[in-house]
Design a protein around this ligand. Sequence first.
Ligand code: PLP
Length: 380
Amino acid sequence: MSFKVPFIRPQEHYRRIKEEVDFAITDTLAKGDLVMRRQLRDFEQNLAEFVGTKFAVGLNSGYHALAFSLLGAGVGPGDEVITVAHTFVATISAIVHSGATPVLVDVDPDSNMDADAFEAAITPRTKAVIPVHLNGRMAPMDRIVDISERHGIKIIEDACQALGAHYRGMRSGAIGAAGCFSFYPFKALGGLGDGGAITTNDPHIARMATLLRYNGEDRQTGEYHYHGYTALLDNVQAAVLDVKLRHFPKWIEHRRNTASLYRSKLQDVEGLQLPHWGDESYHYETFQNYVVRTRERDALRQYLRENGVETLVHWQKPVWEHKALGLPEQSLPETEKICREVISLPMSAETSAEDVDFVAEMVTSFFATKQSNVIRLAAV
Ligand SMILES: *Cc1c(COP(=O)(O)O)cnc(C)c1O
């Protein structure tokens, strides 16, 4: 099915930077720079500078960024790691694969960690917490840092959806022991395929991740220091990501402007909750996703699909309801409610003002039709 307004426009994304991307690829290939060469080091340095940490280590995915950060923080069997139930499954899988036990807590209406729920879930076995900065909006890190420091808990930020976001002077990925990023193609900074990175000020975590991604080997000495993994960020990918990182601030501004346009056109629609929380003066959000909430989610999604607008739902049901994952049954009301109500509208650096106009018109007409049905029913 082809949509009048698709969720994203990867072809247009490429078209706009084709010359630079093509050059980065052909130049890298022509030089034979395929594995751990200058392009990777340059990108790591530029990423670290952008995030505001001493080190960045390029990896093959956000998942491995999380997994290696946990190993670097010394998390293992017998430990508990607290995170939110409302996140991409990789956050939780990384904890499970470390041998630790994931402890899932509820979120606030903005989809980020409820700091009180975090504090209440702490036990003597709690070793780390993974706040997730969902949809390009940061978790309440002032409170999470304060609580973690009081209890001696390490913070690993899942910043996979929040490169460039900041909150009260704190930059995503630069606050905890480590920050984890994903360059999956449809993240705000997306590569040609899977990719990720750890950002950190801790030389131990940086070195450990650098060894783990290359089967545990120190390339200078040939010594194996760990039973490691094969998890490098490819050099060609790094070269392309470095090109994109230069454009990234303007892409974020475009996303923020797109969000403002949605807001101005949809703010009076009754029955629709927009992702604006009145704290713009100290929250710099990057709008990885523009997620609205409504009790009519499924009907709205169907209506938009029929009218040429592609949407996504992150996520259809709470993670513990995927029985094969073996997570304990939970009662986390906000997470459950969010899963029933959220729908993500088209959002990317290529989403145009005309796209927003059309989507807003369709959303408005859906609720207007519904409203008139309700009034008609009431009159009968
Ligand atoms: C994308 C994402 C990840 C994992 O990234 P991959 O690169 O796909 O492994 C982890 N957490 C969150 C919140 C994400 O959105």
